[in-house]
Design a protein around this ligand. Structure first.
Ligand SMILES: [Zn+2]
Ligand SMILES: [Zn+2]
Length: 221
């Protein structure tokens, strides 16, 4: 389970979440520069790589925009206060900004939606560019009407799929397969899979329009 993904459009890069293994992920990706960090929610598996962007911030020479819902910003400021303020010898790493429901990354249009995730919400995203679309729906356990509207008809839907059986805070296989059919997505990629999700078994079992995602996977339009 590697809970970080990098979106790039027209040379601009948005990193979504900073999981604990972010350092290795960035090295594997060739140490790309990042223009902003978006945090979907404050769970540890999405946020505790928060220190790993320090070299990028130092190279930029200014704090990295940190996009999230206001309650997530407040929670992260409480837990990682040093990362958001200038201290005597250390400049702030992040410049927090309450995320808009719609914004641009390069020439891609980005829209976000709040997804139920146990007692909290996580942000789901849809990117549109040149008539193509990809959506990233991490950490949800229920599909709201707003989510259904946003994800409807996307070319690629990357969806949370923790396990085979229902789970109180995450999506499971039948749930995302049913939703993908209902939304008429072009392709479904499963992510955030737990240890019980075997890659080869899933690949053999899934319809040809669905597949488990994997580390280092790149989707290009
Ligand atoms: Zn979570
Ligand atoms: Zn998670």
């Amino acid at each position: 389970m590697r809970s970080s993904v990098l979106f790039e459009s027209a040379g601009e890069r948005l990193l979504v979440d900073c999981g604990p293994d972010l350092r290795q992920q960035l090295l594997d990706a060739g140490s790309p520069m990042v223009d902003a960090l978006l945090l979907t929610h404050d769970h540890a598996d999405h946020s505790h790589g928060i220190d790993e962007l320090r070299p990028i911030v130092q190279t930029r020479g200014e704090p990295l925009p940190f996009l999230a819902r206001p309650d997530v910003i407040e929670q992260m400021k409480r837990r990682f206060a040093y990362a958001f303020v200038d201290l005597r010898y250390y400049a702030a790493l992040y410049d927090p900004k309450a995320i808009e429901n719609e914004f641009m990354v390069g020439d891609a249009r980005v829209r976000v939606v709040d997804q139920p995730h146990g007692g909290i919400t996580s942000l789901g995203l849809r990117f549109d560019k040149g008539g193509k679309s990809i959506a990233y729906a991490i950490d949800f356990n229920e599909i709201t009407d707003t989510m259904a509207t946003l994800y409807n008809g996307v070319d690629v839907w990357v969806a949370d799929c923790l396990m085979l059986d229902p789970h109180p805070t995450h999506a499971h296989l039948d749930m995302v397969l049913d939703a993908a059919r209902e939304f008429s997505v072009g392709q479904l990629l499963l992510t955030h899979m737990g240890n019980g999700m075997d890659y080869a078994t899933l690949k053999a079992r899934l319809p040809d329009w669905a597949a488990p995602a994997h580390d280092g996977l790149e989707v290009e339009f």
